[in-house]
Design a binder for this molecule. Structure first.
Ligand code: G16
Length: 543
């Protein structure tokens, strides 16, 4: 077995986005593409000498092949030990947990999250640091810099490792442990939650459907919900991870998880519906006849977290990304704890969690998590809901209605305009940016602007500043429109428009969401001139 130093040259565009490097799969399969990025990562962390890493992915096309390359590169870069999920499978929260549990130096996650998979779809690589969390901006900047000057990569020459067999082998001086992907994660969930109470809930006839969308959470959900907690066989659907996710779009929202939504809105609905995404960090919660927006889910979980063992002592603080609704801020205020507003991207929660400033975090993009790992965690959110339902013995609809009565309702929706030509998307953002200084006091579609700015974040822990994190316009009466460009797409630009309208504590909390947002949507169209600039006013996806 020998290690080789292979000459290479920089490849343009290897800049990690909101969550790692995401490109078309064929791009990743191109000569040296993966190798350059992995070597740049090792170079950016100061080399892999003596390092110990977790490697796994969501099972999408090219996952196993990429893992073999990473194993050989880790060995050549001097790593001493790597833990890999059996068959290359590990959910993102499971990787985060394994890094922390083993006190490893980091982990490579092969996933493009909720983006479709297959040779003509998307692939991605994320590096998580020793705290278990996504590489912070200063590290992704170093990785990007390294991709621009790379001249060689290191790769060991050994036979592909058999990922189907649990066990330990040694290659080029590096121990490779293939582990069951579920075991350690399941043990953590059992430590956190009152499994007896949830078991009693299912035993009492409580019904559920969990749609794993043919992505990574199938084996986890089957083992925990059906295998341990007594949910009826068949509770988990689409539970076998497939390389192309069954040609689906593994994004747990009302559009892409439509079969689940349809069931939950029908007469045959079970008590709880839930879904998770490609790599298992996102979640969707639906009650019988009622969809819970991710922003509301964070707020309800925060208000009820004390009913589950790990949070009985109270929460240190609640953090949400800027475009997420203000619902969780209202809970924080009532609890007398801090509320943090961060840029989009789970990496921004890491410092707050590490410093003990926040206990729960969440995002409008269907991510919720806590200080148990350093990633958002789809199944954890489902289990926390189950734990709360087991204690409160009420339906999801009843809990939500009571929540809105107490705090008021933050009507919320996100409109996505996908595959917009980048120059047009940038023109729209520039057009808005130019108007910001003069907007306050103006009336748009009958709503008076109170605030208008471009969000910039000062990290309270390390003092770093992240600029250009979205344009926000606030209106009298509590409405808000936020515009930002997605950092996870792989084709052109995706414009995200986040709309919000607060009901007040005495207001009507029973309106149709889109009706409640009609005025702020009209104002957003007017101020952005989107009809003229991008030639579109019909979103591709509304969540
Ligand atoms: C990633 C990030 C999230 C972010 C989401 C959407 O999630 O981890 O923090 O909210 O992308 O980002 P954007 O609006 O830039 O597309 P995931 O599940 O894709 O890793």
């Amino acid at each position: 077995m020998t290690s080789q130093i292979t000459p290479t040259t920089p490849i343009e565009g290897q800049m990690p986005g909101t969550s790692g490097l995401r490109k078309k799969t064929r791009v990743f399969m191109g000569p040296n593409y993966l190798e350059n990025f992995i070597q740049a990562t090792f170079d950016a962390i100061g080399g892999g000498d003596g390092g110990r890493y977790i490697v796994g992915g969501d099972g999408r096309f090219f996952n196993k092949q990429a893992i073999q390359t990473i194993l050989k590169m880790a060995a050549a870069n001097g790593a001493t030990e790597v833990i890999v999920g059996q068959n290359g499978i590990l959910s993102t929260p499971a990787v985060s947990h394994l890094i922390r549990l083993n006190a490893f130096d980091g982990g490579f996650i092969l996933s493009a999250s909720h983006n479709p998979g297959g040779i003509d779809e998307d692939f991605g690589v994320k590096f998580n640091a020793s705290n278990g969390g996504p590489a912070p901006e200063k590290l992704t900047a170093r990785i990007f810099d390294a991709t621009k000057t790379i001249s060689r990569y290191k790769i060991a020459d050994f036979e592909d490792v058999d990922l189907s067999q649990i066990g330990e082998t040694r290659q080029a001086g590096m121990v490779i442990r293939v582990v069951d992907p579920v075991d350690a994660y399941q043990a953590l969930m059992a430590e956190l939650f009152d499994f007896d109470a949830i078991r009693a809930l299912f035993a009492s006839g409580f019904t559920m459907r969990f749609d794993a969308m043919h992505a990574v959470t199938g084996p986890y959900a089957k083992a925990i919900l059906e295998g341990t907690l007594g949910a009826a066989p068949g509770t988990v659907v689409n539970g076998i991870p497939l390389e192309d996710f069954g040609k689906g779009h593994p994004d747990p929202n009302p559009i892409w998880a439509k079969p689940l939504m349809d069931l939950m809105m029908s007469d045959n609905a079970p008590d709880l519906g839930a879904a998770s995404d490609g790599d298992g960090d996102r979640n969707m919660i639906v009650g019988r006849g009622v969809y819970v927006t991710p922003s509301d889910s964070l707020a309800v979980l925060a208000a009820n977290a004390h009913l589950a063992p790990p949070y009985r002592g109270g929460l240190a603080g609640i953090a949400r990304s800027m475009p997420t609704s203000a619902a969780s801020d209202r809970v924080a205020e009532k609890l007398g704890i801090a509320a943090y507003e961060t840029p989009t991207g789970w990496k921004f929660f890491g410092n707050l969690l590490d410093a003990g400033k926040a206990t729960l975090c969440g995002e409008e993009s269907a991510g919720t998590g806590s200080n148990h790992v350093r990633e958002k965690d789809g199944l954890w959110a489902v289990l926390l809901w189950l734990n709360i339902l087991a204690v409160r013995k009420q339906s999801v609809a009843e809990i939500l209605a009571e929540h809105w009565q107490t705090y008021g309702r933050d009507y919320y929706s996100r409109y996505d305009f996908e595959a917009v030509a980048s120059d047009k998307a940038n023109r729209l953002m520039d057009h808005l940016r130019d108007q910001l200084p003069d907007l306050a006091g103006k009336t748009l579609a009958g709503l008076t602007v109170t605030t208008a700015d471009e969000f910039s974040y000062l990290d309270p822990v390390d003092g770093s500043i992240s600029k250009n994190q979205g344009l926000r316009i606030g209106f009298e009466g509590g409405a808000r429109a936020v515009f930002r460009l997605s950092g996870t797409g792989t084709e052109g630009a995706t414009i995200r428009l986040y709309l919000e309208q607060y009901s007040g504590t005495d207001g009507d909390t029973t309106q149709d969401t889109q009706a409640a947002l009609a005025d702020v949507w009209a104002a957003a169209q007017q101020v952005s001139d989107m009809a003229q600039i991008i030639g579109r006013t019909t979103p591709d996806v509304i969540t």
